[in-house]
Design a protein around this ligand. Structure first.
Ligand SMILES: [Zn+2]
Length: 251
């Protein structure tokens, strides 16, 4: 059966003499494993569309739950990511998060949109990398069904604009007036809290349109990363590598 699918290559592995095995994040079908026969052959019409992070309109052939790539019409290649080690390291981390998405995560085109917007923002360098990373992590968790409740204090029900303590495990907030809950929680000051709320609800097109002072960005970064690690219950080698090479969180 022939299928049209829009997707971005998150992983590309050489296979046999001239083939590639791809993992493609698609708009409607989540992550698909796709065989691209002959893609490494000189002059192959599949050559450019099977590069890492290439986004294209694909024509797939499905048989018995296996997919092979017949044709691809390239929409964006994100070359700028592979030319810059820091951008590449960040994109690799985002890809690893997407490759290990929870099995029960609802499939929606928004995950692909979030990914494309994040890669575009990274490539173009329009926003600080810390802002792109944090926004991706938090909005992705929300799309997976793990949105934290940052609108009301879990104790008094109030909406304190001065910030709050967020429990990473439960995703619940205690307002600054009620104070730090037992068991530890990360504090988001007022600006960081407003940015986190913005990331959860804004139009994906304007996801990175917030600016924070360094201390607030650092608090937001720590929260978004810690929350993703807590909810996905795993570590990411690509994140460790990114941090070991470029430990400059607040930019
Ligand atoms: Zn309270």
């Amino acid at each position: 059966m022939n299928i049209n699918a829009e997707g971005i290559v998150l992983r590309s592995v050489d296979y046999k003499e001239s083939d590639k095995i791809l993992t493609v994040l698609t708009r409607d079908r989540g992550n698909l494993t796709v065989k691209a026969s002959g893609a490494r052959r000189r002059g192959s019409r599949l050559a450019s569309g099977t590069q890492l992070f290439c986004y294209s309109e694909m024509r797939l052939y499905e048989h018995g739950g296996r997919y092979s790539l017949d044709e691809c019409d390239v929409r964006a290649q994100f070359y700028g990511l592979s030319r810059d080690l820091e951008k590449m390291a960040m994109a690799s981390y985002l890809a690893q998060v997407l490759l290990t998405q929870p099995e029960d995560a609802p499939q929606s085109g928004d995950v692909l949109r979030l990914t494309l917007n994040s890669f575009y923002a990274l490539e173009q360098g329009l926003y600080g990398q810390a802002a792109v990373k944090a926004a991706f992590e938090l909005r992705y968790m929300a799309l997976c069904g793990y949105a934290p409740d940052l609108w009301a204090c879990a104790r008094c029900g109030g909406n304190d604009p001065e910030g709050g303590y967020i429990d990473l495990r439960s995703g619940q907030m205690c307002c600054a007036r009620c104070g730090r809950p037992a068991g530890g929680a990360l504090f988001l000051d007022g600006q960081a809290l407003r940015a986190a709320r913005y990331i959860l609800r804004c139009d994906l097109k304007r996801l990175f349109s917030f600016r924070l002072p360094l201390a607030s960005q650092a608090a937001l970064s720590a929260f978004c990363e810690g929350y993703l690690l807590e909810k996905t219950e795993q570590g990411y080698k690509t994140l460790d590598l990114y941090k070991s090479l470029f430990r400059r969180e607040e930019r």
